[in-house]
Design a protein. Structure first.
Length: 208
């Protein structure tokens, strides 16, 4: 949505940063202001001191708000750290008729099935990323909607994190007087901001 204001919060081990931007008509984000402060209470992406982390978040958000002139209430929060894990899984759905076109609900059901995977105790799924689709054993399909087939499969990259780590981050943000719109894996957010679709297809590596 054009002119939509978005705010992000990076809670890292060395610093906590808040950036405010406006989405343009071309889908890009124009930076309006930012705030940064030393991270006190976070170690390797995990909150170790709630009170100190809350105070650091407040300072970063206040600085970003003053520079941008935006009253920040809702933020997208980045998550990272040693507790993050990733797995490869394949999902399969058998459809009733081969001549029915594959639709978005078919894709949604495949993704929902991934969120039902049994994780290690204390882990939760943060992201489910489709890598490729297979229709009736035909591999390498990136956009299956509109195609026909009975056997719909997909290879997924599933990213998980510790439930307590995510909950403590969310708790700190809320204690700082903010609402969490979404929790996003930080390297994934960086790639979305920097890499084009063509660069992603070429398997370009983004070093952070």
């Amino acid at each position: 949505m054009e002119n939509e204001i978005v705010a992000s919060l990076d809670i890292g081990t060395t610093k906590i940063a808040c950036i405010v931007g406006r989405r343009t008509e071309h889908g890009k984000v124009e930076i309006l202001g930012y705030g940064k402060t030393d991270s006190v209470g976070v170690s390797r992406g995990v909150v170790t001191n709630i009170i100190s982390t809350v105070e650091s978040i407040k300072r970063a958000v206040e600085e970003a708000s003053n520079r941008s002139g935006v009253d920040i209430k809702v933020v997208n929060v980045g998550i990272a750290g040693q507790h993050i894990r990733s797995y490869q899984h394949r999902g399969i759905r058998i459809r009733n008729r081969h001549d029915d076109e594959i639709s978005q609900p078919d894709i949604d059901m495949l993704i929902e099935d991934m969120y039902k995977l049994v994780m290690q105790p204390g882990e939760e799924i943060i992201h489910v990323l489709p890598q490729e689709y297979i229709i009736d054993n035909e591999q390498g399909i990136t956009k299956p909607i509109g195609m026909s087939g009975v056997r719909l499969e997909a290879n997924f990259h599933v990213i998980t994190g510790q439930v307590t780590a995510a909950n403590n981050i969310k708790k700190c943000v809320e204690k700082a007087g903010l609402d969490v719109s979404e929790i996003i894996l930080e390297p994934l957010a960086s790639s979305e901001a920097v890499l084009s679709e063509e660069e992603k297809k070429q398997a370009l590596c983004l070093l952070i």
